[in-house]
Ligand binder design. Structure first.
Ligand code: FES
Length: 239
């Protein structure tokens, strides 16, 4: 788990743009009176997007004032969730590598090596051209497709070091690959293909009502078994 601290260099102030101000007012209005604090995460996200994808301290304060919350309460939210960046990130991509157990067991260390090689030897540092940055984060919720990385709002899953290099190169060219599994599997379906429910007849309707025949077979078999057992236990008739 990384230590999350505010960046030492901060802008003097922060204010939403008129467009974001209107959006913030509409977002806050979605919540009943007295529950405006529920808008804290969307407002922080919007502030981050406005400020080159990282959240400066004046923005945290601005959101706290807007929602009538104690500054420390908003600070706690901003420093807890890794979706909030507390320092400058790459202008093209900030690569968040999941290092939690399923991803770690499936090769997250190799993904971190790619970031060290292609971006910077240390996390939270910008690449030489300022276009990329990376960090290790905790579980991002796509464990079934481990290992994975998250880049802004997208996730790239089923990665190998080679596939992550392709993802990063795609961002560098301005043509990032399609998010999701990078080995072509659908959602989190089995990596080696389906092993159950593979008979197409299960879905074409031809087996509809089959359960009734099966029940009749079971009933007939039970009746035969019961008759055989009754005749075996019946007392022999004396001549
Ligand atoms: S452990 Fe990596 S996404 Fe959950």
């Amino acid at each position: 788990m990384s230590v999350r601290r505010l960046h030492p260099e901060q802008p003097k102030n922060f204010a939403f743009t008129p467009e974001n101000e209107a959006w913030a007012a509409a977002t806050i209005a979605k919540y009943p009176p007295g529950k405006q604090a529920s808008a804290v995460i969307p407002l922080l996200m919007r502030a981050q997007e406005q400020h080159k994808n990282w959240l400066p301290e004046p923005a945290i304060r601005h959101v706290a004032e807007k929602l009538g919350m104690a500054y420390i309460r908003v600070y706690e939210v901003a420093t807890f969730y890794t979706q909030f960046q507390l320092g400058p990130v790459g202008t093209t991509a900030h690569v968040q590598v999941c290092g939690t157990t399923p991803c770690m067991l499936r090769g997250a260390e190799g993904l971190k090596d790619v970031c060290r090689k292609k971006i910077h030897t240390d996390q939270f540092h910008l690449s030489a051209d300022g276009a990329f940055s990376w960090e290790e984060v905790e579980c991002a919720g796509t464990c079934a497709n481990a290992p994975m990385v998250q880049i802004f709002a997208d996730t790239y899953e089923d990665l190998t070091p080679e596939l992550l290099e392709k993802v990063i190169d795609g961002y560098a060219r301005g043509t990032p690959p399609k998010p999701g599994s990078q080995i072509g599997r659908k959602a989190s379906s089995p990596a080696g293909g389906f092993t159950a429910l593979t008979d197409p007849a299960l879905y074409d309707g031809s087996t509809l009502g089959g359960w009734q025949h099966r029940l009749a077979e079971i009933d007939a078999k039970s009746a035969l078994t019961a008759a055989a057992s009754a005749s075996a236990t019946a007392p022999e008739k004396k001549p």
